[in-house]
Each structure stands twice: as C-alpha cells, then as structure tokens.
Design a protein around this ligand. Structure first.
Ligand code: BDR
Ligand code: CA
Length: 321
C-alpha cells in the first residue's frame, strides 16, 4: 500500500525536482501540495507547483497559504533560483488554479482525513505553524514530519549561522520544533559536497531523454551558477530532493540522533540558527534519546547527520527516468 503524503513547498527549482520525485514515486500517494512564500512570492510559488504537477500529469490539489512569514516581511531567494524561481527559462503559463481553501486549513483537514499522514516541508514553516495553531491535535495524528531546513552544527547558506527555510521565518520554525511533533531534520549540509549532482551525473540525467530530466536540469541552471559563486562547489545542489529521498526511502539515513532543537529568533547575528547540543554538553535531558511522550514540549527531533549518497543519487535518477 502506498503511504499518503502531504508536501508543503515554496516551489522553486529544487522544490520542483522534489515534487517530481514524489509525484512519480510508486511508494507514495501525494494527497495535497500546500504552498508557502519563501524562495519566491506565494503566487509564483503556487504557479510553479501547479506547473510541476502538470508536467507529471498529476491532478493533485494545490493549496496556497501564507504570503509572508508570521512576524516578518518576506525576503525571497530569487538571487539563487531566478526571478520566477525556475531559472527564468520562460516556462508556459499553467492551466489549473489553486484550490480556494487556505493551505493551513488544508493541512488540518488532510491530517484528519488520513491518519498517519506523512508530511514533508520544503520551505519556511509558516503554513505548518499556522496549521498547528489552528488545531494542535494534529500533532498526535501526523505519522512522520520530514523538514528540509537548518544547518545543525555547521554554517548556513543565508548567514554563517542559518539556513534559508529556517532563517526566513524563525518564529514559525520555533513553533513547529516546540510543538511536540516528531521532526526529522534534514539540514542544508546534507546536499553539499559529494551529494552535489556533478557534471557527469548531470549528463547522465540528461541522457535519460525524458521531459522530467530535461526540466530538472534546466530549471536549476541559475541555481547551479549561484551555488558555485556561493560555495566554490561545482554542480547542482538539491536540498529539497535530498529531503524527499529521506521521506521516500528512510533507509538512506545512515546516521541520526535525537535532540531538543532550539531556533534563535531574537539575535540579529544568529537569527534562524538551529541550535543542536549534539554532544549533550548541557547534560540536558532534552538531548536524551529516550522518547518522552508525557513531556510533549520536550519531544526531540531526529537530526540527520549522514546520508547514503549513492542511494540518494540513484533514487534521483530513477525518479527522472
Ligand atoms: C532551501 O532553501 C531554498 O533555497 C531551497 O528550495 C531549499 O528549500 C535550502 O536552504
Ligand atoms: Ca524549498
């Protein structure tokens, strides 16, 4: 039986590849896509989600949600993904429009309709924070929650301290991390270095000759250039597809540990930092590996440290074939 999944996304170029992976996977059924402002403004992100679903021949309902972070103005990442979020290649207008329901309400409804629903967030956590505020009871009904976000114990991609999705809306991230929901945190660093899709691997993907492969590489052209400038690493780094691979194939996680993860919201210097006491320097019981259901506020997140890189790349290739 296919697992039922909800994807929350600020759809830009790497989100689009993650959507393709899920929409074409035999392992899951995507019940809904909810869209949040992040990489690009909400309307553009919604168009991009609809465009990607159309490309996959999917009629999955798409719900637009928060147009800005909970307490801040939106600071998009068009410098990285292009003005349209898809590398400014001039893709055709979409034929469908989003559903009328707000994404936060759609998340709540979808959780109640699908006990054990698996949720993955690929953008700022605004929609999920709003959904949890609307109906905190969904915490106990969500089967898994994979979050692409954070830079645990390493440098970020927006500031030295923070990764984009958490930095854009740190208040929402903090609310979600403290909600009691068991989070699987897939940080930005897992899509770096050997996880980057290299030039020969890009050629192998293009050689598949499918519209999915062509789109995945082309729409990430701008991101490829920006990533090189930012990190001096060649190739296409795909944080959201890496997180999607963890959702689809949990066995790709080679190393993870449970921690109480705090998000910095006050400091300008470290705004959006995902603070993980990996060595349990604090001796704080919140870093225990023990499950503490009675102390929901202290429920730890599973922080992923190491991924089966060959396995992730094979899954990407299969998804685009
Ligand atoms: C995250 O931010 C965006 O640029 C990507 O879509 C990904 O969700 C990586 O930091
Ligand atoms: Ca994203």
């Amino acid at each position: 039986m296919r697992r039922v999944v909800l994807i929350d996304t600020d759809t830009a170029s790497d989100d689009a590849v993650a959507l393709i992976m899920a929409l074409r996977s035999p392992l899951v059924e995507v019940a809904a896509i909810t869209v949040v402002a992040g990489n690009v403004p909400l309307e553009q992100a919604t168009r991009n989600a609809l465009f990607t679903a159309e490309l996959c021949g999917s009629k999955v309902p798409v719900f637009a949600g928060a147009a800005k972070p909970l307490q801040r103005e939106l600071e998009p990442a068009t410098w990285f993904h292009g003005l349209d979020g898809l590398g400014d290649c001039g893709y055709a207008p979409v034929r469908r429009i989003a559903e009328k329901t707000h994404a936060a309400e759609a998340i709540v409804a979808c959780v109640h309709e699908n006990p054990g629903l698996e949720v993955i967030t690929l953008g700022p956590l605004t929609n999920l924070a709003l959904a949890l505020a609307l109906d905190p009871s969904i915490v106990g009904k969500i089967g898994r929650c994979v979050v692409m976000g954070g830079a645990p114990c390493c440098e970020g991609n927006v500031t030295p301290a923070a990764e984009f999705n958490i930095w854009v809306d740190p208040e929402a991230a903090r609310a979600v991390l403290l909600s009691g929901l068991g989070i699987e945190l897939v940080g930005w660093q897992l899509s770096r270095w050997d996880a980057v899709v290299s030039a020969p691997e890009i050629e192998a993907i293009l050689a598949l000759g499918t519209p999915f492969a062509e789109f995945a590489i082309r729409c990430n052209g701008r991101a490829r250039e920006a990533y090189l400038v930012q990190t001096a690493e060649h190739g296409i780094s795909l944080p959201d597809p890496v997180a999607m691979s963890v959702l689809l194939q949990p066995q790709l996680v080679l190393e993870a540990s449970k921690h109480f993860v705090e998000i910095e919201t006050a400091s300008a210097l470290t705004r959006g930092m995902t603070v993980v006491d990996r060595l349990n320097n604090s001796g704080d019981s919140r870093n225990t590996k023990l499950w503490q259901p009675a102390r929901a506020q202290m429920q730890p997140a599973s922080v992923v440290w190491k991924l089966d890189v060959a396995g992730w790349k094979q899954l990407l290739l299969n998804s685009l074939a």
